[in-house]
Design a protein around this ligand. Structure first.
Ligand code: PHE
Length: 473
C-alpha cells in the first residue's frame, strides 16, 4: 500500500479497494466454515455426553435461537454497514474517540488468544489423521490408545511440529486474500467437509448403536443436566457460531449492502447446528456399539473414538476420514480467526496482506508454544495458576491451555457479544439500525422481535454466563 493510502487509512481506509465476496453463497460458505470447527465436532458431542444429552440439546437449540442468532445478525450488520474490520468499524459508526472501539480491540485480542490454542488442538487432529492413514488404530488395545493420547498431549516435538504446520497452512490461505484465499478454499473445503460427515453418519446409521444414540441425543431426559450445564450450552452457542470477537463482523465487512444479512445468518446458524447434531449422530452410535460411555469428556474424540473405530469393520479407513474431517473443520475456522487480526492491521496500519498474515501468524505460533508444551505448569510454575485463581476464581489449577479456553469462552466472547448487542440495540440509533436491517432483507417482519431479543434477552443471558464464571451459581 502506498504512503498516501496509509495515511488515509487511520481515518478512512481504502474503502473503494476493499475486497468483496463474489456472492451470497461465497459468504455463506466462508461464514459456515468459520462457525463449523472443533466446537461442533469435538466439543459439542463431549459436552452433550457429559450433560446426559436430551434436554441439554434442546436448551442449546433455544440458546442459539434466542441469544446467538440475534447477535450474529447484529455483528454482520455492523461489518456490512461500516465496511471495516472490528476496531475501525466501531470508530466509524461511533466516532473516532469513542470507547465503543474497545469492543473491537477485545475481538482482535481474542483472535490472538483463541487461535494460539486452537491451532494446537488442530495440530493433534493433523497428527491423528497421519496416524490413522499410516498405521490405523486397529489392533491397539484401549490402554494403548489412551497412552497414545497421553504421549501426543505431552510430547513437545509432536505438538510444536503440527502446531507449526497448521499455522503455516492457515497463513498461506489468508495471505492469498479474501477472494483467492478465504473464498476459494471455503468453496473446496466446505463441500468436502459435508460429504465426509454425511458418509460417517450413514456408516454409523448402519450400526446397532444408531437408535440408542438417537434416543440419547433427542430423547426427553435430563437426569444429568445441571444449572452449570445450561450456562455451558449458552456459552457454547457463542463459541460455535464464532460470535463476539469480530469474526462475523470482519466477514460481514466483505459483503455488499444489497446482500441479505438475515437470510444468510439463518443459513449459517442452521448449517452449524445441523453439523453439530450430525457430529453427535456419527460419534455416539460408534461409541455405544463399542460399549463405551458417552460422558468421557474431552477424551471422547481423541481416546474413546479411536478405540471404538478399532473395533469397527473397516474402522481404520473411517478413523482416517473422521480425523481429516476434524482437521478441515478446524482449518476453515482458523482462517477466520487469523483474518480478523490480518484485516485489522490492514485497515488500521495499512500493512500489506502478506506481511500481516506472515507476521501475525508467527506471533500466534509463538503464543501457542505454552499450550503446545501442555502447560502453564511447566512454563510458569504453580504461581501462574495461583495468580489466575485470585483473579478469576474458577481459574484455579488451570494450565495455559485451559486458561486460554476459559478466558475466551467464558469472558471475551460473551463480553464482546454483549457489547455488539448493546451497541446495536441502544446506541446505534433507531433509524440507522432499521435501515441497516431492512437493506436487502426479505425478513422485515422479524425486525421488532430481533430488537427485543437484543435489548433484553441477550444481556440477561450474558449476565448469567458471567455470574456463573464468577462461581455465583
Ligand atoms: N466457531 C469455531 C468452532 O466452533 C471457533 C471459533 C470461535 C472460530 C470464534 C472463530 C471465532 O470451532
Amino acid at each position: 500500500m502506498t504512503r498516501t493510502a496509509r495515511v488515509a487509512s487511520t481515518t478512512a481506509p481504502a474503502h473503494g479497494r476493499r475486497e468483496h465476496w463474489s456472492g451470497r453463497l461465497a459468504f455463506i460458505l466462508a461464514a459456515t466454515g468459520s462457525a463449523v470447527g472443533l466446537g461442533n465436532i469435538w466439543k459439542f458431542p463431549y459436552i452433550t455426553g457429559v450433560n446426559g444429552g436430551g434436554w441439554f440439546v434442546l436448551i442449546y437449540l433455544i440458546c442459539v435461537l434466542a441469544v446467538a442468532l440475534p447477535i450474529m445478525v447484529a455483528e454482520i450488520l455492523i461489518g456490512r454497514s461500516a465496511q471495516r474490520s472490528p476496531v475501525m468499524a466501531f470508530r466509524k459508526l461511533a466516532g473516532a474517540r469513542s470507547p465503543w472501539q474497545g469492543v473491537g480491540w477485545l475481538g482482535v485480542t481474542a483472535a490472538f488468544v483463541i487461535l494460539s490454542y486452537y491451532s494446537v488442538v488442530a495440530g493433534w487432529t493433523l497428527h491423528y489423521s497421519w496416524l490413522a492413514l499410516s498405521q490405523g488404530f486397529a489392533g491397539l488395545h484401549p490402554a494403548e490408545v489412551e497412552a497414545l493420547f497421553g504421549q501426543v498431549y505431552q510430547d513437545p516435538g509432536i505438538n510444536l511440529f503440527w502446531h507449526g504446520l497448521f499455522m503455516l497452512l492457515t497463513v498461506t490461505i489468508v495471505a492469498a486474500g479474501v477472494h483467492s484465499g478465504v473464498e476459494r478454499w471455503s468453496r473446496i473445503l466446505m463441500p468436502l467437509l459435508f460429504l465426509m460427515i454425511l458418509a460417517l453418519v450413514l456408516r454409523a446409521a448402519g450400526t446397532d448403536g444408531f437408535w440408542p444414540a438417537l434416543e440419547f441425543v433427542f430423547g426427553a431426559h435430563g437426569d444429568r443436566l445441571t444449572p452449570a450445564g445450561v450456562l455451558e450450552a449458552l456459552g457454547h452457542s457463542f463459541f460455535t457460531l464464532s460470535l463476539g470477537m469480530g469474526a462475523m463482523l470482519t466477514y460481514g465487512s466483505y459483503l455488499r449492502t444489497r446482500d441479505d444479512v438475515v437470510a444468510t445468518s439463518l443459513a449459517v446458524g442452521g448449517l452449524d447446528t445441523l453439523i453439530s447434531l450430525m457430529a453427535c449422530m456419527m460419534i455416539f452410535p460408534i461409541i455405544f456399539v463399542a460399549g463405551l460411555a458417552p460422558g468421557a469428556g474431552p477424551g471422547l474424540v481423541f481416546v474413546s473414538l479411536p478405540i471404538a473405530f478399532g473395533q469397527l469393520p473397516g474402522g481404520a479407513l473411517w478413523a482416517a476420514v473422521f480425523f481429516v474431517l476434524l482437521a478441515v473443520a478446524a482449518l476453515t475456522s482458523a482462517i477466520s480467526l487469523l483474518e480478523v487480526a490480518v484485516s485489522h492491521f490492514l485497515d488500521w496500519r495499512g500493512w500489506s496482506r502478506r506481511r500481516a498474515a506472515i507476521g501475525i501468524g508467527a506471533v500466534i505460533f509463538v503464543l501457542g508454544i505454552p499450550a503446545a508444551l501442555s502447560g502453564g505448569t511447566r512454563l510458569f510454575g504453580g504461581d501462574f495458576a495461583a495468580a489466575t485463581a485470585v483473579l478469576f476464581g474458577a481459574g484455579h489449577g488451570k494450565n495455559w491451555f485451559d486458561l486460554a479456553d476459559y478466558l475466551a469462552s467464558n469472558w471475551m466472547l460473551p463480553l464482546g457479544g454483549l457489547g455488539i448487542a448493546v451497541f446495536v440495540a441502544w446506541r446505534m440509533g433507531g433509524q440507522a439500525r432499521e435501515q441497516a436491517f431492512m437493506a436487502g432483507s426479505r425478513f422485515a417482519r422479524l425486525y421488532w422481535g430481533w430488537v427485543w431479543l437484543l435489548r433484553y434477552i441477550v444481556p440477561l443471558g450474558v449476565l448469567a454466563v458471567f455470574l456463573h464464571a464468577l462461581g455465583v451459581f
